[in-house]
Design a protein around this ligand. Structure first.
Ligand SMILES: Nc1ncnc2c1ncn2[C@@H]1O[C@H](COP(=O)(O)OP(=O)(O)OP(=O)(O)O)[C@@H](O)[C@H]1O
Length: 735
C-alpha cells in the first residue's frame, strides 16, 4: 500500500477514535456547570404500591437529546406541558425508546470526558441530585455487571488510561470516600474502630485549597483495590428503607480521587475528581419518616437548601455580574463542594427524575433547580504543579508548627505552659495533620502504599461481589421459606452463607469474604422491612449491623490466618443465621466451618476442635463468642497445621483441655479390642462373622483374605493413632 494512503488511513482512524471518545457537542467545554437529566424506569415500589399506591402514569416526554417536557396529567396534557432544555437528557425509562441510555452511555459521554480532564490536570466534579428514589445512587454507584454505575466504570477507565501512559511517565492516585450524615463528616474508609473517634472538619488550606484534615486518603495502585475500598465505604454508608425507596441513602456521599502524573522534566499534572451521590430531598409525609428518620430528613433538607441558596446566589451574580456572596460555610456539603461549584473545576450536575405523575411536584422542582444550576460558571484551569515546591511549603508550615509547640514546652520544662489544655491539644493535632499532609504530598510513595495495605488489614472486611450473588440466591430461598410460614410473625430469619475453597479464585488483591455488610442487609429485603416496620427497630438494626461487622472481621481474620500458611489445604465457609426476635436480645447465630489441612495434615474426620455446646447434626454452628475461640485456636495452631497429625493433634488437645487425648485413648482402646478379636479368630482359622446370609456363603479363602485386609487397615490406623498419641504425650510432658 502506498505510504501516503497508509498515513491517511491512520490519520482517519485517529480522528475516529477521538470522535468516539468525545461527548456530544452540548457537553463540550464551556465555563458553566453542565446539567444532565436522567429519567428512570418505573420501579418495584411504584408497581407494587408502597411508593405510589400502585399508580404509574408516565409524565415525562423526551424527543431530543437535550430537551424534555413534563406533562400535567390532571389538565389537558398538551396545554399543561412544560418544556426544558439541558446540556443532555438521558432517557432510561424504557428500552424501546430511540434515545434509550444505558450505564455505558453515561460512561462514554460523562465518565470518559472526566477522565480526559483528569489526565490533563483539570479538576472534575459530578453530583447527582434529585428526590429520593429517583435514581441518583443507580447512576453514580449502580449495581452489578452491566448495571455498574459511573463510579466503578470511571475507576476502571482511570487505570486503563494509566496503562497507556508514555514510557518514563509515572502516576500516583489517592482516593477518599466520605459521607455527610446529620451534618457530621464520616470517613468511610477508616477502619471501623477508628472512625468513631475522629471528628472531621472542613478547612481552607493556603496551599491545598479545601481539605478535610484527618480524612483517609488511600494510596492505590490498581482498580480492584479501589473497588474493594468502594465496597467497604458503601457498606459503611447510612442506608435505610423508607416507603419511597427500600434502600434509601440517608447521607450525602462524596468519593474523591486525586491523580498526579509526572513526565520527565515536566511539572506534574495534578487533578481532583469528586463523584457525589446526594441524599434525596424529601417531604416527611411521603416517606412516612418519624424519629431518627425525620431528624435525618431535616439535616438532609438543611444542606440541600443551603446548596439551593448557594446556587441561587451564584446564578444571580452570573446574570448581574455582581460579586456573589454565597453561604458556602453554612453546610459541610457546600463548604466541601465550594471549589466545584464556582472555582477551579469542570462540573456536571446529574438531575435524576422519576417518570411517575405522582412525583410531578418534586420532579418539577428538580427541573427548575437544574435550570438555575445551568447558569453557574466555574473557572477550570490546568493544574501544572511543581510538587517539590508544594512539599517544601508544607514542610515549612510543619516546621513552624513544631517550633511553636516546642517553644511552649521549653518554657515549662515538658508540658506546654502558658497554653490552655485545649490550645495544646489543638496545636498537637495541627502538627499531626500537617505531618499527614507532608506524607501525602511527599516522595515516599512506597511508604504510602504500605500504610494503605496495613489499613486494609484493619478494615472489617466483608464478602465479595461473587459471594453476594450466592447470598442473594440463598436469601431468595430463605425468603420463600418465610412466606411458607406466615403465621409466625415474631421471627425473621435469614441464612447467609459465604464460602471459600481452594478451587475458587478470589479476585486479586481482595479477600473473598469482602463485601458490603449493608448489601447483605439490602439483600435481606424481608429483614430490612421487618427492621423498619415497627417504630424503634433502628436500635436493633444498628446492633445487628455491629454484630455482623464484628463477626465478619473475625471470619476474615481466620481466612487471613489460613492464607498465610501456603502449605495448608483449606476450605472455609461462614454461615450467618440472622434471627430477629423482638422479644429477645439474641439476634445472631453464626457458624464458621474450617476444614484446615483436610487432606495433608489433620485427619479429615478431626479438623476442628468441636465446641461442647455443639449438638449432633448441628456441629458447624457457633455463636460470635465461640467463633472468637475458634479463631484463637486457629492462630495458636497455624504453625503446626502443615507439619503433621501428631503436632496438630497435640496443639488441638492443648487448646481443648486435653479432651482430644482422652477421646483418642478411647478410640485406641476400641481399636485394640477389635484387633485382638480379629487376630484371635484368624489364629483359630475362623473368619469374622459376616452379618448377611450371602456373606455366610462366601468361600472360606475369600473371607479369610478380607479379614486379613481388615486387620491390616485397622492396625495401620491403630499405628498412626498410637504414634500421634505418643508424640503428643511426649511433647506435652516436655512442657
Ligand atoms: N436507570 C435505571 N434503570 C434501572 N433501575 C433504576 C434506574 N434508576 C434507578 N433505578 C432503580 O430505582 C430505585 C431507586 O434508585 P436509587 O436508589 O438510585 O435512588 P436514589 O435517588 O439514590 O434514592 P435515595 O435518595 O433514596 O437514596 C432502585 O431500585 C434502582 O435500582
Amino acid at each position: 500500500m502506498p505510504l501516503a494512503l497508509t498515513k491517511l488511513q491512520s490519520a482517519v482512524s485517529k480522528v475516529n477514535q477521538a470522535n468516539a471518545l468525545k461527548a456530544p457537542a452540548a457537553l463540550e467545554d464551556s465555563p458553566t456547570i453542565k446539567v444532565c437529566v436522567r429519567v428512570r424506569p418505573f420501579i418495584k415500589e411504584e408497581v407494587e404500591g408502597q411508593r405510589s399506591g400502585g399508580e404509574c402514569k408516565l409524565c415525562i416526554d423526551m424527543q431530543t437529546e437535550t430537551g424534555l417536557r413534563i406533562l400535567n396529567m390532571e389538565g389537558d396534557a398538551e396545554d399543561d406541558a412544560r418544556a426544558f432544555e439541558f446540556d443532555r437528557c438521558y432517557w432510561s425509562h424504557s428500552r424501546d425508546h430511540p434515545l434509550f441510555a444505558t450505564q455505558e452511555t453515561l460512561q462514554k459521554e460523562l465518565g470518559e470526558t472526566m477522565l480526559e480532564h483528569a489526565m490533563n490536570g483539570f479538576n472534575n466534579c459530578i453530583f447527582a441530585y434529585g428526590q429520593t428514589g429517583s435514581g441518583k445512587s443507580y447512576s453514580v454507584l449502580g449495581g452489578k455487571g452491566e448495571e455498574r454505575g459511573l463510579l466503578p466504570r470511571v475507576v476502571e477507565g482511570l487505570f486503563d488510561h494509566f496503562a497507556k501512559l508514555p514510557e518514563g511517565a509515572t502516576y500516583k492516585t489517592l482516593v477518599a470516600f466520605m459521607e455527610i450524615y446529620n451534618e457530621q463528616i464520616r470517613d468511610l474508609l477508616a477502619p471501623a474502630n477508628d472512625s468513631e473517634t475522629k471528628k472531621l472538619e472542613v478547612k481552607q488550606h493556603p496551599v491545598l485549597g479545601t481539605i478535610v484534615p484527618g480524612l483517609t486518603e488511600a494510596a492505590v495502585a490498581s482498580s480492584p483495590e479501589v473497588l474493594a475500598l468502594v465496597d467497604y465505604g458503601s457498606a459503611m454508608r447510612h442506608v435505610s428503607a423508607t416507603a419511597m425507596n427500600a434502600t434509601s441513602s440517608r447521607s450525602h456521599c462524596i468519593f474523591t480521587f486525586k491523580t498526579n502524573l509526572t513526565e520527565p522534566e515536566q511539572p506534574s499534572k495534578v487533578s481532583q475528581t469528586h463523584l457525589v451521590d446526594l441524599a434525596g430531598s424529601e417531604r416527611a409525609g411521603r416517606t412516612k419518616a418519624t424519629g431518627d428518620r425525620l431528624k435525618e430528613g431535616a439535616a438532609i433538607n438543611q444542606s440541600l437548601s443551603t446548596l439551593a441558596r448557594v446556587i441561587s446566589e451564584l446564578a444571580k451574580s452570573a446574570k448581574s455580574k455582581k460579586k456573589p456572596n454565597p453561604p458556602f460555610r453554612e453546610s459541610k456539603l457546600t463548604y466541601i463542594l465550594k471549589e466545584s461549584l464556582c472555582g477551579n473545576s469542570k462540573t456536571v450536575m446529574m438531575a435524576a427524575i422519576s417518570p411517575n405523575f405522582l412525583d410531578y411536584d418534586e420532579t418539577l422542582s428538580t427541573l427548575k433547580f437544574a435550570q438555575s444550576v445551568k447558569q453557574v460558571q466555574t473557572k477550570a484551569v490546568q493544574n501544572a504543579v511543581n510538587m517539590s515546591s508544594v512539599e517544601a511549603q508544607l514542610r515549612a508550615e510543619l516546621n513552624a508548627l513544631k517550633a511553636q509547640l516546642q517553644s511552649f514546652q521549653d518554657q515549662s520544662g515538658g508540658s506546654p505552659a502558658g497554653m490552655s489544655e485545649e490550645e495544646s491539644v489543638y496545636l498537637k493535632r495541627r502538627v499531626e495533620e500537617q505531618e499527614q499532609l507532608c506524607a501525602l504530598h511527599g516522595t515516599d510513595w512506597p511508604g504510602l502504599l504500605a500504610l494503605e495495605q496495613s489499613r486494609m488489614q484493619r478494615r472489617t472486611a466483608m464478602p465479595s461481589a461473587q459471594d453476594l450473588a450466592k447470598l442473594q440466591a440463598m436469601e431468595e430461598r430463605s425468603g420463600d421459606e418465610e412466606n411458607d410460614d406466615e403465621d409466625d410473625d415474631t421471627f425473621t430469619c435469614s441464612l447467609l452463607e459465604l464460602g471459600r475453597s481452594q478451587e475458587g479464585n478470589p479476585p486479586e488483591g481482595r479477600s473473598s469474604l469482602r463485601a458490603p455488610i449493608r448489601s447483605q442487609l439490602q439483600i435481606g429485603g424481608p429483614l430490612a422491612r421487618e427492621l423498619s416496620a415497627n417504630g424503634d427497630q433502628r436500635g436493633k438494626a444498628e446492633q445487628l449491623k455491629r454484630q455482623l461487622t464484628e463477626l465478619s472481621a473475625v471470619a476474615v481474620e481466620c481466612e487471613e490466618v489460613l492464607n498465610e500458611d501456603q502449605d495448608v489445604d483449606s476450605e472455609m465457609s461462614l454461615k450467618v443465621l440472622v434471627v430477629i426476635d423482638p422479644l429477645d436480645d439474641k439476634t445472631l447465630e453464626a457458624g464458621l466451618v474450617v476444614q484446615a489441612a483436610a487432606s495433608s495434615s489433620l485427619p479429615s474426620s478431626w479438623a476442628w476442635p468441636r465446641h461442647q455446646s455443639e449438638g449432633a447434626g448441628n456441629n458447624d454452628w457457633c455463636s460470635g463468642k465461640e467463633l472468637q475461640q475458634r479463631l484463637s485456636w486457629l492462630k495458636e495452631n497455624r504453625s503446626v497445621l502443615a507439619k503433621g497429625p501428631a503436632e496438630a493433634w497435640l496443639a488441638a488437645s492443648q487448646a481443648t483441655g486435653n479432651l482430644q487425648i482422652s477421646r483418642l485413648q478411647r478410640e485406641n482402646a476400641e481399636l485394640e479390642r477389635k484387633l485382638a478379636e480379629m487376630q484371635a479368630r484368624l489364629a483359630n482359622g475362623n473368619s469374622p462373622k459376616s452379618p448377611g446370609a450371602e456373606k455366610e456363603n462366601e468361600p472360606a479363602m475369600l473371607r479369610q483374605q478380607k479379614a486379613r485386609e481388615a486387620v491390616k487397615t485397622i492396625s495401620a490406623s491403630f499405628e498412626t493413632a498410637i504414634n500421634a498419641l505418643d508424640a503428643a504425650q511426649q511433647a506435652l510432658a516436655k512442657r
